[in-house]
Design a protein around this ligand. Structure first.
Ligand code: BEZ
Length: 211
């Protein structure tokens, strides 16, 4: 059955470029981003893995571990990493799962047979500190992902997990947020002491509360 938001991320034990990983244990208290690739030694994937390597400090700041997957075997991944490091001028320092038997990709429904029966699509799963799925994205093989968007979503998810707010379209760190509809007008001043603006009864904004 397909994985849905709020489900516990399926656990697995698998070989990776950083040794064997038991997924839940490896996550520990961290959040996680699990993302899949169609195949090794492909151009778009090469740029994506390099981009995620360069963004490691940003993921770490947010207590997020990243783990990639492609259905090619470990020796292929290890050779490919050398190319990624060389061409993208970085060091891949997070695990890439070897999934030649499609075990993890089947568990996470990353094969979309009408797109390809052998390659994983570009899936992204964001997993919270509670091991639950917070976001699912699916991109076609021909479109590289925007990993700054993944970081932006993590900022929103981590903020909205702790405050009764939601983030509007295109929101970025530091911008005003939307007060959750469940909060009554009379409770707003105590909950949001930085002030608020009532644009409509259902549209109330406040400065980002955790800054
Ligand atoms: C790529 O990563 O460049 C790619 C992989 C599969 C199909 C098309 C592009």
């Amino acid at each position: 059955m397909a994985i849905r938001l709020g489900d516990v991320a399926p656990d697995f034990t698998v070989d990776t470029t950083e040794g064997q990983v038991q997924f839940h244990q490896w996550l520990g208290d961290s959040w996680g981003v699990l993302f899949s690739h169609p195949a090794d030694y492909t151009p778009v994937c090469t740029t994506e893995l390099g981009t995620v390597a360069k963004l490691q400090d940003e993921f770490k700041k947010r207590n997020v571990k990243t783990i990639a997957l492609s259905v090619d075997p470990l020796d292929s991944h290890l050779g490919w990493i050398k190319d990624i490091n060389e061409t993208q001028k970085t060091t891949v320092n997070y695990p890439i799962i070897a999934d030649p038997n499609f075990e993890v990709s089947a568990l996470y429904d990353m094969i979309h047979p009408n797109a390809s029966d052998k390659f994983t699509v570009r899936s992204v799963f964001i997993i919270g500190g509670d091991k639950k799925i917070k976001l699912i994205l699916t991109y076609p093989a021909s479109t590289g992902r925007n990993f700054n968007e993944i970081l932006r979503v993590i900022d929103s998810l981590q903020l909205t997990a702790n405050y009764s707010v939601a983030t509007p379209a295109d929101w970025k760190q530091g911008e005003d947020v939307v007060i959750a509809p469940a909060i009554k007008d009379e409770d707003i001043p105590a909950k949001f002491p930085k002030g608020h603006t009532k644009i409509k009864p259902y549209l109330r904004t406040t400065p980002q509360p955790n800054l």
